[in-house]
Design a binder for this molecule. Sequence first.
Ligand SMILES: NC(=O)C1=CN([C@@H]2O[C@H](COP(=O)(O)OP(=O)(O)OC[C@H]3O[C@@H](n4cnc5c(N)ncnc54)[C@H](OP(=O)(O)O)[C@@H]3O)[C@@H](O)[C@H]2O)[C@@H](O)CC1
Ligand SMILES: Nc1ncnc2c1ncn2[C@@H]1O[C@H](COP(=O)(O)OP(=O)(O)O)[C@@H](O)[C@H]1O
Ligand SMILES: [K+]
Length: 540
Amino acid sequence: MKPVLSTEEVRRLEDLIEKEGTSKAELMELAGEFVASLAEARSPKSVLVLCGFGNNGGDGWVAADILSQKGSDVHVVTPVDPDEIPSALARHVARRTAGRDVAVHVGPSRDELVELIEQSDLVIDAILGTGFHGELRPPFNIWISALNEIGASVISVDVPSGLDSETGERAEACVRADLTATMLAPKIGLYSGDGPEFAGELVCGELYDNLDEVIGEVDHAAEFVDPVDMADFIEPLPGNIDKYSRGSVLVVAGSAMYPGAAMMAAKSAARAGAGYVTVAAPDSCANLIRLALPSIPVVAIPSDSRGSFGAAARSVICEIAPKYDVVLCGPGMTTASGCMQVVSGLLESDVPLILDADALNCLGRGSIDGIDKTPELLRRNGALILTPHHRELSRLVAGDPVHDLRSAIEASQRILWACGSDNMLVIAKGPTTAVVGVDKVLIPTAGPASLATAGSGDVLSGIIAGIVATAHARSDAWPEFGAYAVTVHSYTGFAAAAEMGERSVIATDLIDVIGQALQLVEDEAMHALTGLGAAASKGE
Ligand SMILES: NC(=O)C1=CN([C@@H]2O[C@H](COP(=O)(O)OP(=O)(O)OC[C@H]3O[C@@H](n4cnc5c(N)ncnc54)[C@H](OP(=O)(O)O)[C@@H]3O)[C@@H](O)[C@H]2O)[C@@H](O)CC1
Ligand SMILES: Nc1ncnc2c1ncn2[C@@H]1O[C@H](COP(=O)(O)OP(=O)(O)O)[C@@H](O)[C@H]1O
Ligand SMILES: [K+]
């Protein structure tokens, strides 16, 4: 797993590295070298480097120097003369570079800049890095809009300029990079908000030899989880199991209005590996589900007048629930009063429980000031996984806004820390999904935007249920299994997009390729482990 850091954590890391004997000036040289090596790999004849006032600009000046020494035609654009650059480190490397074979353009007009961009094969964006804050000021807003308009090929240094490295929010103008060369460790903003879209391909320059040791001494905002990190959690199907010992799931879901959600969640759980999946659904839709899923038994529960779980549901469901390894409750259930009672009944039981969709809305309705203010509702002996998307998560914390990865992690942590239970997990879904535990945050590989389709969340909750049910002996590793499930879901998105076309994927397509996705993740994990590299997958 690779650490993902907040801006503050990066500063602490730099200070630690300095104490260990590598100065910030040396780090800047290494950062510039790293950027230059990435630029060189693209064999540009002419390179334009846009430098700002700070150390991000300093990295750019170093890269410019190296590239010109290696024979590229290098132009640097700077807002002020090298002697007037406020950052001492950046001023030093700017003066050095300007004295060499590099063309320096101080404060060009927009037209002059456009001409320079058009004449270059590659632009290095070293305007703003982790020090960017507030409103984007001239001339950088003009530079960035010119760069984006022309659609130049761009490598951004550390973060795309105009992107907040902490929140992933972008300024009115923000560089749209082809590749972002981030230093020491990726910044959390590269995964949040507009980060993934504007950063392009992300590569990390470790710069410092003993990074692995030193980075352990600072907190990590999150850890990025690759398929290779899943290797320990992927096991062959043993020959001596039966359908029950393989892992059993009870899916408590559906209503007259939304029978499909129950079907998709149950089928996904079975496809993800559970040996025995049962659906408990209101009798208003039980027969429909039986017809659609001949391999899955359906327990019909008395409905209310609208076809949702009725008053008798709680006792029937709580009686059968303990027979299963995992209960998944919520998809398509509605928030009728019978459903609210089912949710509270299941929470009172000890069975490992996943609450999704309407079960989360029931929770939200049951706590007036937010679930973090009424943590007793969630405290239980059995393990608990909540799988809210941003709007559901916002409802759980009394309407506080949740709009990106960072705010989703914060809201999840508020709930978890209020409950204080280490057997609880929030899988906060969004364009980038975070698996948040009391003491760790995992960021699995994100899927394509094709996953943004109705019912995709039902498929994910089914996959989670199927995967954790088969892993019942390893409940201490639920965060990792949660991350594995999210990765498999992401890969269903890649596989389905490759088959159906990016825009045409619907949720049932994802279910059909769960087996393929499991295999892709396994192949990638094993290839990386055995050093063969992972090229397969993702429809590439
Ligand atoms: N992490 C590491 O280990 C390493 C980090 N390194 C590099 O250092 C970078 C961080 O450098 P940094 O702290 O100097 O900040 P940076 O991003 O250059 O910006 C500060 C300048 O921008 C200005 N400015 C700010 N907001 C603005 C706005 N809205 N509109 C206009 N201007 C604005 C701000 O002016 P101020 O507002 O403060 O007056 C100040 O002059 C980091 O991203 C990485 O590339 C490597 O060298 C070595 C290893
Ligand atoms: N732009 C996107 N890129 C990648 N994944 C996405 C994107 N938008 C949504 N997703 C994923 O799709 C799923 C949608 O879940 P959810 O909102 O619960 O859907 P539904 O309620 O319709 O089933 C989540 O797993 C989420 O992470
Ligand atoms: K930058």
